[in-house]
Each structure stands twice: as structure tokens, then as C-alpha cells.
Design a protein around this ligand. Structure first.
Ligand SMILES: Cc1ncc(COP(=O)(O)O)c(C=O)c1O
Length: 428
């Protein structure tokens, strides 16, 4: 979710608390009840807007079962487009078997930080294979992609430093920036002229500078201009961090991500971030780059040093998944052709896919929050389960459905999803 100004928007939605009180008045301290929190009031506001328009919340739907491309929700089978299972590895018996074997060998959990007592050979194998796959020296696993971003940005950057980031970077990067206390400036999405202007104006005032972008943006479905980002970071003596959570397995001919897509040496990206929870059908995250960076993180990143080692089953699943990607690049080709098919069928049906480039995630833009929620309900009732994203994840008037394609979808399923969506859109 693009969350650059999430808290600002939240604060604007619920208003601000005023803490002034007359002299002698008995102190009543704010925040003494959880229901006084701005976040609580904002939730209640959203609920009352939903009730006013008679629209049920589309969130927190419970999946009772999942098999193949289908999920069962409230006893009904839905054609699933809501999971980032880009290469269908979640459906792969070899991945599930690898998890079971790891549990048989190590038990469910090593119950210790890796530094202290939780290191296994599976961690080493996965870190080695991720770094080889990407084309860099080394990698380090974290218990989630979110933790990887927070801990890495929060530990290598300090208040003397500058972070400049695309306005649409993920919440985990934003939280890492706050933790670092570095000066933080964002630039309009994919606008590298603006990035250049900020670097010219601000770079010299700070010690280290980090530029943060994503490979493939998961709300828009568009791709960064990596060569331009590299040229700028080199010219202005900065580090470049790319969150390629949605790029792994999706971008590039063999799924190696944004550097392969752009035809650029992977080592030109100083900090690669990725997650195991999307293409790799597991849970966890990683940072990859040169061995100095990985040594620093291994000994200082709080979410690594002071957190449990990635569970053996998760590590083994991601390893099995990665080996399948290497052995079967045709899955990536299939995903790419599905993306182009989706775009052309959506266009034929007059659906708005914005600036999406056809890699893995396909948006269908509905409009304001109400329209997007209504569209989602109609499509869901029609037997298809896309993901919904509305304000503040995207601008107020740009609520949308997101269709996460997998190479395991069939062309008929993609057509079915678009037929249902176009019919429901026409009713709005
Ligand atoms: C761009 C991006 N970065 C980081 C993350 C966090 O990854 P994880 O869900 O594995 O913690 C996500 C997950 O949604 C993401 O989309």
C-alpha cells in the first residue's frame, strides 16, 4: 500500500485533539482511553460512512479453504485474484513438502535469535541462493519484509543523513525512515526530474544520502526508471535502495527483478529489499547487497539481532520456491503474457487500468471510495475475488480493484474476471 502521508491523512480525517485547559481545572489527560485515539475515531468515521450508504466492509473476509485458483469464503467458491502468488508456487506440492520436511528435521520453531542459537543450514542456503539469483554478494533474511525495511533503514541511517523517496513507497520504508530520524523528503511518483532537483538542493547539507524507490509499484502496476535512478545516485554520491517485493519472479525474462528488466548490473543497486511472502509462497523478507552491508545488518539491525530466526519451514518453502523459478522460467513468461492479455481485454471493455504496464498486478480504477467498494461487492457476488484498495492507500478519487495474476490462472479465468468486472462497472 502506498502510505507516504498515511498519518497526515488520518489526522486530517479525524481532526486534532486540543489539549488546552483553564488554570485550576482538574487535569484530564488525553489518550487515557483507547477510544480517544485518532485512529479509533477514524475507524468509527469509516464505519458510519459505510452504514450511511448501506455498504458492508469488504475487509477481513475469512478464507475457509483454498485450492488451485479458488478460495472458499462464507461457503462460496470464488475465483481468486487477491493473492500475490505470482508464479503459482503456493499451489506447488514441492513447496508444501519442503515445509513439512523442515519441520520434521528442526521442529516448528528454533525459538531463538540466529545470533544466539537459531542458525540453521537452511538459512545459509537460502541467503546464498537469493544473492546468486539477484547477482549480488550476499543476503540476510528477516522474519518479514516489513521488518527488513524498518530495521535496515532504521539502523543504517541517522539524524545527520538524508532520505529521499518516491511518494508511493511502502509503509515499512516510511516507518524505517521515522525510526532513523534522518531528514526525509519525498518526490512525486516516478518523477526523477524532481528527485534530481531535491538532490541538487539538499545533498550537500547531509552526511549520507539514501534514495528509496520500488521496482514494481503494487498500487499502480508501473515500473521505476532504474537507469535514471542509478545515474542520479552515482552523480550525487548517494545509496540507492530498491524495494523489489513485487519484482521478484515478476520482472525480467527469468524473474530476477527490476535490474534484469532494465538490463542493468544488479550491483549498481546498493540495497535490494524483497519479501518471501509474495512470489516465494512463504513468509519473511530479505536484504541483499555487498558483503559489508550484510555484515553491518547482521550485527546491528534490531529486527534481525533481537528477533527470532526465520522459521525453518518458511526458509525451506522459499528455498524450494526459488529453485522452481530457476528451473521453470516459463512460469515468468506465462505471467507476462497473462498481463498483456489482461490489459488488452480490459481496454476492449473500456476499463481504466491507469498507468499499469502489465506485470503481475492489474488495477481497475473505479473512482471514489463508494464506487470502488460497490464495484468490489458486485464482482465478489459474481464469483470473483479481487483485492480492494481505497483511500488512504490510494488518492480519494482513485479507489480500485487490484487483480493479482498468477501464471497458474487460465486465459478463460482472466476473461471471466474481466467480463464480471465490466458488467458490474456498467451498473455503477
Ligand atoms: C512493496 C512492499 N514492500 C514490503 C512489503 C512487506 O512485506 P511482508 O508482507 O513480507 O512483510 C510489502 C507487502 O505488502 C510490499 O508490498
Amino acid at each position: 500500500m502506498a502510505t507516504t502521508s498515511w498519518n497526515k491523512r488520518l489526522a486530517a480525517t479525524v481532526g486534532k485533539w486540543s489539549g488546552s485547559r483553564a488554570e485550576g481545572e482538574v487535569a484530564s489527560y488525553p489518550g487515557s482511553k483507547f477510544s480517544d485515539l485518532p485512529a479509533y475515531k477514524s475507524l468509527k468515521n469509516w464505519e458510519s460512512v459505510g452504514n450511511m450508504f448501506g455498504v458492508k466492509s469488504p475487509f477481513f473476509r475469512t478464507i475457509e479453504e483454498a485450492h488451485g485458483n479458488f478460495t472458499t469464503i462464507k461457503g462460496e467458491e470464488k475465483l481468486n485474484f487477491a493473492w500475490c502468488d505470482y508464479l503459482g508456487l503456493n499451489q506447488e506440492p514441492a513447496v508444501a513438502q519442503a515445509m513439512k520436511d523442515a519441520i520434521d528435521r528442526f521442529g516448528p520453531c528454533t525459538s531463538a535469535s540466529r545470533m544466539v542459537a537459531g542458525e540453521t543450514p537452511l538459512h545459509h542456503e537460502l541467503e546464498r541462493e537469493i544473492s546468486e539469483f539477484l547477482g549480488v554478494d550476499a543476503a540476510l533474511l528477516f522474519v518479514s519484509g516489513h521488518a527488513a525495511n524498518v530495521s535496515t533503514i532504521g539502523s543504517i541511517m541517522t539524524e545527520d543523513d538524508l532520505i529521499i523517496h518516491d511518494e508511493f513507497v511502502h509503509n515499512s520504508a516510511v516507518i524505517g525512515m521515522r525510526l532513523s530520524r534522518a531528514t526525509t523528503i519525498n518526490f512525486p511518483h516516478n518523477n526523477f526530474d524532481q528527485l534530481e532537483a531535491i538532490l541538487k538542493r539538499e545533498r550537500a547539507k547531509h552526511r549520507n544520502c539514501l534514495v528509496i524507490i520500488e521496482g514494481l509499484y503494487s498500487t499502480e502496476g508501473d515500473v521505476t526508471d532504474l537507469p535514471r535512478a542509478i545515474e542520479l545516485k552515482e552523480r550525487f554520491g548517494s545509496w540507492l535502495m530498491v524495494d523489489d517485493a513485487h519484482g521478484l519472479g515478476v520482472l525480467g525474462k527469468t524473474g530476477r527483478g527490476i535490474a534484469e528488466h532494465a538490463g542493468v548490473d544488479a550491483r549498481k543497486i546498493d540495497i535490494w529489499m524483497g519479501t518471501l511472502s509474495k512470489t516465494l509462497a512463504s513468509c519473511g523478507g530479505y536484504i541483499a547487497g555487498n558483503s559489508d552491508l550484510i555484515s553491518v545488518l547482521k550485527h546491528t539491525a534490531p529486527g534481525f539481532v533481537y528477533s527470532v530466526g526465520l522459521l525453518p519451514a518458511m526458509t525451506a518453502a522459499a528455498l524450494a520456491g526459488l529453485r522452481i523459478i530457476k528451473a521453470e522460467p516459463e512460469r515468468v513468461a506465462k505471467l507476462h503474457s497473462h498481463g498483456q492479455l489482461f490489459l488488452s481485454l480490459a481496454k476492449e471493455r473500456g476499463l481504466n487500468t491507469g498507468i499499469c504496464r502489465g506485470y503481475g498486478m492489474m488495477p481497475v480504477i473505479a473512482g471514489d471510495v463508494l464506487k470502488a467498494v460497490k464495484l468490489w461487492h458486485g464482482v465478489f457476488a459474481g464469483g470473483v475475488n479481487p483485492s480492494l484498495i481505497i483511500y488512504p492507500g490510494v488518492p480519494l478519487k482513485a479507489g480500485r480493484l487490484r487483480f493479482f495474476l498468477t501464471s497458474a490462472h487460465t486465459e478463460a479465468q482472466i476473461k471471466q474476471a474481466l467480463d464480471v468486472t465490466a458488467a458490474e462497472m456498467a451498473k455503477l
